[in-house]
Design a protein around this ligand. Structure first.
Ligand code: BGC
Length: 562
């Protein structure tokens, strides 16, 4: 029997072509003016979100946390950080979102807890070999005195993936003892997903939020849960090198899909079934689509467009590949250019063509001063890329602030940086704070209307991007998003498209089954409309207002109504 809950009306397919807006709660809006964004802040901006035209909000973690990793170090998966509000505030936020016809997706962080989680505290206080330790990965070290970590595995934020504890119980109390595994910061111990209590506890967590009316879940590092911990541990000196055939000791192991089949059964207890989208950074192979199949989580992120240069042939190839992948899994495709983990896309596109990930990191480390970024070009391309993407079949994932055309804040004062990457790499990699700076709502208000003194300082140029400056101004990035999201509802139909012929090196041109067309000029020179395209049908341009009979400006997308 399915459970009727206060979720939005029972359209089981609402997610397939939804526009989902990611809120990083600590940086969105600060109702109690303590400098950290909060849930009442989200509720207070529901009118803004509704006017923007989104279908759902994805909330990054809002759980109790010491913020060692911006909230992805969760103390209690079934509560609200008191600095961000209460469960009652959460319920009020869900009710207000649903009243505005907006669904709520919450972030679930199953790979690890925080080191303050009651289970981890219990594990630390218990002796090696105890039941409490078995919920995590505790092992003896190597060498006669156990002083070497159990394996050479690095952690994602720099440094090793093992931390040694001082025993609190047993014959070695007071002495250095076992090591525990953390693929991320030491404050994020990895759960042992072979343990039945861990599996059962996450079913409880899913039901806890689904019962409160949550419509879906974003699943953090979904590909990492199940690990091969058989001894001796295998060597893996670089995390990024993923042997993607199921044999990697840490990632994308076949058994992870048993976990998600169990989750799917829980999610399907509800009417409509709760959705889930996997964050699984695995390469494009048939393996990736398993996360998205209906017997699993149901949808998976692909980060291909996010990682691609602004090049027609690349965008087109990615779309073809991802639509085929989606068709193969039964899910709809996902599209994303920005999120809380990456440099905002107008800045990425502003850097010299051919810049690599290492170049981007070096640019951040140089406070965004070298190489010189062409910001006007970056924003022009970002707007074109967004319109290209919003016309596609599938779910569009947007990150707060991109509708304001925000750039990365590359020159945050070093003393303000909080990302564990900055500390764990001994200041060699700056990390992700630059895309997490609290939003500018009002150009002239204190702290740009965010609330109290923001936990990351806002640069003076945020005034130019504030909501008050763009609201109602035709052609502003905010109005472009609003108009596009409104049109998008008309444009969505069957999840397919047809490519129309276009010079492959500069232009893409596709048509949706209901006749809408999307034309993008990726080149840096204007180009004529393709033969047979009626200039009078252009209803939206990512660049200057469309003038009938004109060429498509450089780095611009047009939407053509049937
Ligand atoms: C999240 C990150 C987080 C990491 C560890 C991710 O992939 O998106 O922000 O640091 O998981 O939880």
């Amino acid at each position: 029997m399915s459970i009727e809950t206060p979720a939005l009306h029972p359209d089981a397919n609402w997610w397939r072509q939804a526009a989902v807006y990611q809120i990083y709660p600590r940086s969105f809006a600060d109702a109690n003016r303590d400098g950290l964004g909060d849930l009442p802040g989200v509720t207070s901006r529901m009118g803004y979100l509704s006017e923007l035209g989104i279908d759902a909000i994805w909330l990054s973690p809002f759980y109790p946390s010491a913020l060692a990793d911006g909230g992805y170090d969760v103390d209690d998966h079934r509560n609200v950080d008191p600095r961000l509000g209460s469960l009652a505030d959460f319920d009020a936020m869900v009710a207000s979102a649903h009243a505005a016809d907006i669904r709520i997706i919450v972030d679930i962080v199953p790979n690890h807890s925080s080191n303050r989680h009651v289970w981890f505290q219990e594990a630390l206080a218990s002796a090696p070999g105890s039941a409490a330790r078995a919920r995590y990965h505790f092992l003896d070290g190597l060498g006669d005195d156990g002083a070497r970590p159990p394996s050479d595995w690095p952690s994602h934020f720099g440094g090793g993936a093992w931390t040694r504890v001082v025993e609190q119980a047993g014959p070695n109390a007071g002495k250095p003892g076992q090591w525990y595994l953390h693929l991320f910061a030491p404050e994020q111990p990895d759960f042992n997903w072979d343990h039945p209590e861990v599996r059962a506890d996450f079913h409880t967590t899913l039901r806890f939020w689904a019962d409160r009316g949550v419509d879906g879940f974003r699943v953090d590092v979904a590909h990492a849960l199940v690990k091969d911990m058989s001894l001796p541990l295998r060597s893996k000196p670089a995390l990024a090198v993923l042997v993607d055939d199921g044999t990697d000791p840490l990632f994308d192991r076949d058994a992870v899909h048993e976990v998600f089949a169990g989750w799917r059964a829980v999610l399907n207890e509800y009417n409509p079934p709760r959705t889930a989208v996997a964050e699984a950074w695995v390469p494009f192979t048939d393996r990736r689509l398993k996360y998205a199949q209906p017997t699993g989580l149901g949808q998976a992120f692909n980060f291909d467009l996010l990682q691609a240069p602004f090049v027609a042939a690349e965008f087109r190839a990615i779309v073809q590949k991802c639509l085929a992948e989606a068709a193969g899994s039964g899910a709809s495709s996902t599209w994303v250019f920005s999120n809380h983990d990456v440099i905002r896309h107008p800045s990425r596109y502003a850097l010299p063509d051919g810049s690599t990930e290492d170049d981007l990191e070096a640019w951040l480390l140089a406070d965004g001063e070298a190489p010189a970024a062409d910001l006007a070009r970056g924003l022009r391309r970002a707007r074109a890329a967004t319109l290209f993407m919003l016309g596609l079949p599938g779910s569009a994932y947007l990150y707060q602030g991109e509708e304001l055309g925000l750039f990365e804040v590359a020159d945050l004062p070093q003393a303000s940086l909080q990302d564990p990457t900055w500390f764990r790499t001994k200041h060699k990699v700056k990390g992700r704070d630059g895309c997490r700076v609290p939003l500018p709502w009002d150009a002239t208000a204190e702290n740009f209307g965010f609330g109290g003194t923001p936990w990351l300082p806002q640069p003076a140029w945020f005034a130019d991007n504030a909501v008050t400056v763009q609201d109602g101004v035709a052609g502003s990035t905010l109005e472009l998003y609003r108009v596009a999201l409104r049109w998008r509802r008309k444009l969505q139909c069957d999840e397919s498209l047809a490519w129309l012929s276009a010079p492959r090196d500069t232009l893409t041109h596709y048509r949706r089954p209901n006749g809408w067309e999307v034309l993008t000029n990726f080149g840096d020179a204007p180009t004529p409309l393709p033969a047979g395209v009626d200039s009078a049908t252009v209803v939206l341009s990512s660049g200057a207002p469309w003038a009938a009979g004109a060429c498509i400006p450089a780095e611009t997308t047009l939407w053509l109504a049937p």
